[in-house]
Design a protein. Structure first.
Length: 213
């Protein structure tokens, strides 16, 4: 075998740079699809909070919060949980590896977090805490649950956007407790829900080509 034939065989075995780049890009897209969409999650929970807490502020700014607004708020949270489960399951359908398991655990953490929050609020009420204290703690812990979950998600998927929003929501939790009632509901609606909607819009603009369903 002469030197020319050896060089030809070496060239045949050498990887094509364009093909290698295509493989890397395909793997990058698969990795992006193996996690929930920030734009979807932020928008879902932003709408739930803006509508739910906004309604509670409107009904309670001159007195007690109406039962109807509390029911609407509960429905908004339930809708957010269902939408989160649906989105995560659809996003990870058919994806192999540890991604689906991580996504399922992340979705389940929302239910666990809100269940623990509900039990905490119920315990305070049973212990004789005033309505104002119960409502303030409910608002603060609700924002804290969301903030910590987004912080965890940001760390798991190395997402600066999700991590940053998680930090913001933790600060919203503190502000919602400090301002008192009924302003706490307005903080939750505008700073919390509005903040998530802004973050969702930014994520959609920064990643226009990403699949969001």
């Amino acid at each position: 075998m002469n030197e020319q034939e050896t060089d030809r065989e070496r060239d045949d075995l050498a990887p094509d740079p364009a093909a290698a780049l295509a493989i890397i890009e395909r793997q990058r897209r698969q990795a992006a699809l193996a996690r929930p969409s920030n734009a979807v999650l932020f928008t879902v929970w932003g709408l739930a909070w803006l509508v739910g807490y906004g309604g509670m502020w409107l009904s309670g700014r001159h007195g007690e919060v109406s039962p109807a607004s509390a029911i609407v708020f509960g429905a908004c949270v339930l809708a957010g949980l269902v939408a989160t489960f649906w989105h995560v399951r659809r996003r990870l359908h058919g994806v192999a590896g540890s991604g689906p398991r991580t996504g399922a655990l992340f979705a389940g953490a929302w239910v666990v977090g809100y269940a623990a929050q509900g039990m905490t609020i119920g315990g305070l009420a049973n212990a004789g805490a005033s309505d104002d204290v119960v409502q303030l703690v409910a608002n603060a812990t609700g924002a804290l649950v969301v903030g910590l979950l987004f912080l965890a998600g940001g760390m798991m998927w190395r997402s600066p956007g999700m991590y940053g929003l998680g930090a913001w929501m933790c600060l919203v939790a503190g502000a919602a407790a400090l301002v008192g009632l009924p302003g706490s509901y307005l903080v939750m609606a505008l700073a919390g829900g509005g903040g998530m909607l802004v973050a969702g819009a930014l994520e959609a603009l920064l990643q226009p080509g990403a699949r969001r369903g």
